[in-house]
Design a binder for this molecule. Sequence first.
Ligand SMILES: [Zn+2]
Length: 294
Amino acid sequence: MTIHSRSFDTQNGFRDKEGEVWPTQPRIVGDEMGFPEAVKTKALIACARHCCLCRQHKGLKIECHHIVQKSEGGDDTLENCIPLCFDCHADMRSIDHRHPRGTKYTPQELIQRRDAWYRQVISAGDEVAQTDSEITARDAEKSFDQYALRVEAGETGGFFETRRAGNFYTHTRILKLKITNLHPIDPIVGCKVHLLDIVPREYDGPWILAEDLEIAAGDYKFVPLVSYTEADNVRISPYGDSFMEILANKNRPLPSADSQHVLTIRATALNARFFEMSCQLWVDEDGRLRIATV
Ligand SMILES: [Zn+2]
């Protein structure tokens, strides 16, 4: 390769004496430099190691490209990073600005193409990460935001909390909802958790369980849903409450403890589509407050 006869710049690749542009070769590894490891890792997880332009699974053969070049003021952030395969990465540089053939990608187009792909990775879950299968039109139609907000109920870990009640025989069990932001980049803002309905309905709603939540990308928060004063041991001291207390901001409903209730929960946010789920609440024969997703 006779480098001397060609000029070279990071934007346009090689150029010979006649001004003809050559594809960039060898690849300029310098472009990847600058992104912190944490940013590259997040980007590679978000794209599931697929190229954000041609959308093929590339495994090790993938690189992180600066959407706005560092020489033009671009920074080393996740927002300015797009994972590309070697071929697409080379295309980024093969356009001659003075004699353009083909059409250059604008930063805006790169960002939109990347974010659209990140959304598909989220909506397809493990399928994308594990296979090279074509993304179907149906998948493409799925809204990303539908998957950005998730609400779950449970009985383990951070889902519950136990407090001693006022006397020796009883304690209060509090069950919580877990609100997760699945978005790889954006925080969820203005998130509100509503209890839309309780069946059988003994009180009028809807009720607000939490509001003005902000949840960072990939993070979660627990929101108290219901509390119930349980007996420590129903056989020794059967002193539980006769109702559960829904932990709404105001007008707290008190569903009776001797029937099962189905709750409809909806989480909304200013920048995501709502997520709705139903869960069943009951007190079992051991006097324990229980919850399960319906
Ligand atoms: Zn590609």
